[in-house]
Write a new protein. Sequence first.
Length: 257
Amino acid sequence: MNDTFCKINRIKIIFSFLLLFLPDCLSGPNAQQTICGEKLTHGLIVATDTAAFHPDLFDTYWTVEGQEYELRFWGDTIEVEVIKGFAMWRNKKYSGHIEINYKACVMDEGLPNDRLSDLNCFWMAQDPLYPDDLFKRQAWRAGIFDHYYTLKQYYMGYGGNYNTTTRFRKYDGDFEAFRTNKTRPAILTEYADKEHLLKPNHWYNIRIVCEGKQIKYYMDGELIVDYTDETPYTSGYFGFRTTKARVRVTGFNVKQY
């Protein structure tokens, strides 16, 4: 009897302890997608984001620039069907050491807008004309790819040009050079082999790390960009990018150290 009594009391103590801490983690609009937005790792606080791929949360966390597109939501997954250029920005400016993780899949099932191409993204993006407001010119950019040369940012075009190239660039925001001479930012890393182009209906695990001068991009665990930038961009916004494609994304999160 005494042993049973002790066990019951221990259970009550543990349950009471949990009740003290769980409300902060489980309450609020993001409760169904994340439990506690911060965790302690090796003595450092690591802030993590909520994906917010849900119709009730999406407009709070994301800004879309595009002309002809449709968004669909299933649980924690978003499907973007795009006819013309499209960008989807996270509504948060990141800085310092960051790690971006997500999963993405380019669909190719024979539907009208299916095209195996352009699993792209921007990160550390800023508009030098409006450094405090990336969204000042969102209506003008409108998903038109040329207009993104106005931004300072890193860019990965995975499976671009009808799935013939994978290219990493650093944009310098010199739109005038592009407009007058069609000068594009230099290609810093490039692949054209089959192993580094898109596979249809394949879920890719994407990881981007910015740590000081080191810029790294991983695809399915393989480090495909390892760039040392002597003048790195250390703050800015993240955005998905595609055109004439149907893409699914899930598992988005960002850690700031």
